[in-house]
Design a protein around this ligand. Structure first.
Ligand SMILES: *Cc1c(COP(=O)(O)O)cnc(C)c1O
Length: 345
């Protein structure tokens, strides 16, 4: 078998949810958008549902299909993108809760599906999704008369604990929602870590469930091992890979490994990333190509049959740092070609 092997630990996902839930006195939902941050939304949702999670969030309505099928009618599945034209059938059939982001969406929803549950997103300064302060002032009375299930907003800088933006957004959120009789939500993973005044009635962690920063105490949830397809010895002065970007400065043993940018191993990691043979680091030499990596294994005593890209020696955030990105992107780009082994419940 020449595909990379992606091991997914659902017990770790559940443990991370419990740890985040334990930091608050309110309810804790789970964000399972983007196929559960790459881990598999249906499996992740099933494990979390068994652990007691009753509210899930996805980005777009279509993402809810696999989750509703897996979990049945019980849990709430809310949709961050709200109610777009063309979404009405799926929202009704899967009984989704759209989080309405604009006056247009509010109108669309109340006309298309009167009496159907919905939430509201307010913009408190991020300027991405949600009703702004004046818009909210204009429609709040109408919206609140229809009993929304949730009023929420999203923090732009919650991963930086000292950033003044969070307090500013908290203040706006309070101004827009204090005194209303509807459950409120402001915090994703970063917001949970900012402390109790950010928690309100419901938190919405995503990345922390999957073992990523800013939840530094989280347990890792994946391991990625790539099989070695071929080993060769090159002499000093020989070159390796596309563009001759790497040249041997000593006699070097090269392992050609299955996995490339088509699998979400960013090309940016050419001549830069490190894989591990047990605890021993082995540098990527030459370009990351579509399907293959070339790795210097000269100092490995035996002939490795696989090398580890994500595991005990290197987290998703370590790898992200080398690629100039964040753990979120490493997870959500995990390739479709890997053989996935999901364990835990
Ligand atoms: C993605 C997302 C979340 C989850 O954020 P994390 O940083 O992954 O915890 C919560 N709320 C909204 C609106 C989001 O888009």
């Amino acid at each position: 078998m020449s595909t990379g092997r992606l091991t997914i630990d659902l017990d770790a996902v559940v443990a991370n949810w419990r740890a985040l839930d334990g930091m608050t006195n309110c309810k804790t939902a789970a964000v399972v958008k983007a196929n559960g941050y790459g881990l598999g939304a249906a499996n992740v949702a099933k494990a979390l549902f068994k652990a007691g999670v009753r509210q899930f969030f996805v980005a777009v309505a279509e993402e809810a299909t696999a989750i509703r099928e897996e979990l049945g009618p019980k849990p709430d599945i809310s949709v961050f993108s709200g109610h777009m034209k063309g979404d009405t059938d799926i929202i009704r059939e899967l009984r989704l809760t759209p989080i309405l982001n604009s006056v247009e969406q509010l109108t669309q929803h109340l006309e298309a599906l009167p009496g159907h549950p919905f939430g509201i997103q307010l913009d408190t300064g991020m300027n991405r999704l949600g009703l702004e302060m004046q818009e909210w002032a204009a429609v709040a009375e109408l919206a609140l008369s229809q009993n929304p299930t949730l009023v929420m907003s999203h923090l732009a800088c919650a991963d930086e604990p000292d950033h003044p933006m969070s307090a500013y957004q908290l203040d706006n959120f309070r101004k827009m929602t204090d005194g209303i009789n509807v459950p409120r939500s402001l915090a994703a993973t970063g917001g949970i870590l900012l402390g109790p005044e950010y928690h309100f009635d419901l938190t919405r962690p995503g990345i922390g469930l999957y073992g990523g920063l800013p939840f530094a105490q989280s347990s890792p949830t994946i391991e990625l091992d790539l099989p070695v397809i071929q080993i060769r010895d090159v002499a000093e002065g020989e070159v390796v890979g596309y563009g001759n970007s790497w040249q041997a400065e000593r006699p070097t043993r090269i392992a050609t490994v299955s996995g490339g940018y088509a699998d979400g191993i960013f090309r940016m990691l050419s001549d830069r990333a490190t894989l591990y043979h047990g605890q021993q680091p082995c540098k990527v030499v030459g370009r990351v190509s579509m399907d293959l990596l070339t790795v210097d294994v000269t100092d490995v005593a035996d002939i490795p049959s696989k090398l580890t890209l994500i595991g005990p020696q290197q987290t998703i955030d370590d790898l992200a740092l080398q690629a100039g990105t964040i753990g979120y992107e490493v997870l959500t780009q995990l390739g479709g070609r890997y053989t996935r082994k999901t364990f835990g419940k």
